[in-house]
Design a protein around this ligand. Structure first.
Ligand SMILES: Nc1nc2c(ncn2[C@@H]2O[C@H](COP(=O)(O)OP(=O)(O)OP(=O)(O)O)[C@@H](O)[C@H]2O)c(=O)[nH]1
Length: 211
């Protein structure tokens, strides 16, 4: 539980470690939407400023050289899912930036992110006295709120528990891990859904209409 948090103690984790299977493989975050890589759309939406930032991606880091930021592959083998990326980011922050208490995770296939995502995640965390805060938005189909657990703020200190959950307990789903903690949900709205992520080639055509 936290009583205060300011942006000087927050870093960013860009999750690009997946296999993009529905896209047919490769790096979907380097695919162009409106002439710009998806990853750049995310960077243009979120004001990272001078905060520490890590790009979590597997394979040859050189393909991200033009983004000029540190790149780290998953610290556990076998494409264990987004939690492996989260662990990579938390352990990196603990080692490289001891002053950082929290990391904000962002998937890199969502080009319409709310610009106030970081400030509202921080506020949601503090207001609720929670361990973790996750973004949510209304489901297009039924209007119910849907959480987006890869867009979240995480305490760096959770790294120890997360490594245990991933390595010793075979936990793979984010929800199975976060259910153990007080997790606040921060609602966002927008058209298109600000968390619309591009998974299939046809999603690019849909997203094109909104840029
Ligand atoms: N580090 C890491 N990140 C992952 C892994 N699998 C998925 N992710 C990330 O988690 C977020 C959500 O991923 P998904 O949409 O489930 O997977 P994806 O690789 O993007 O796409 P699909 O393979 O088509 O499911 C994205 O930011 C992915 O990069 C993994 O094994 N390791």
């Amino acid at each position: 539980m936290n009583n205060s948090l300011d942006s000087d103690h927050v870093g960013y984790l860009l999750l690009a470690g997946g296999q993009s299977r529905r896209m047919g493989g490769g790096d979907k975050n380097l695919m162009l939407l409106g002439g710009k890589p998806l990853l750049q759309h995310v960077l243009d939406r979120i004001d990272i400023g001078t905060a520490p930032v890590l790009l979590n991606a597997n394979g040859d880091a050189a393909r991200y050289a033009s983004f000029d930021m540190p790149v780290r592959a998953d610290v556990v083998d076998g494409f264990a899912g987004p939690l492996a990326g989260i662990l990579t980011g938390l352990e990196w922050a603990a080692r490289e930036y001891p002053e950082i208490s929290h990391m904000i995770s962002l998937a890199t296939d969502a080009p319409f992110l709310p610009r106030d995502l970081p400030t509202r995640l921080m506020a949601g965390l503090i207001d609720a006295g929670a361990d973790i805060a996750q973004a949510a938005s209304p489901d297009n189909m039924d209007g119910n709120t849907r959480r987006h657990p890869v867009f979240a703020i995480w305490p760096v200190a959770l790294a120890v528990d997360l490594r245990h959950a991933l390595v010793d307990q075979d936990i793979r789903k984010i929800d199975d891990f976060t259910a153990r903690y007080h997790c606040a949900v921060v609602p966002f709205e927008g058209m298109p859904d600000p968390f619309m992520n591009l998974n299939r080639p046809e999603d690019f055509a849909i997203a094109q209409d909104y840029i």
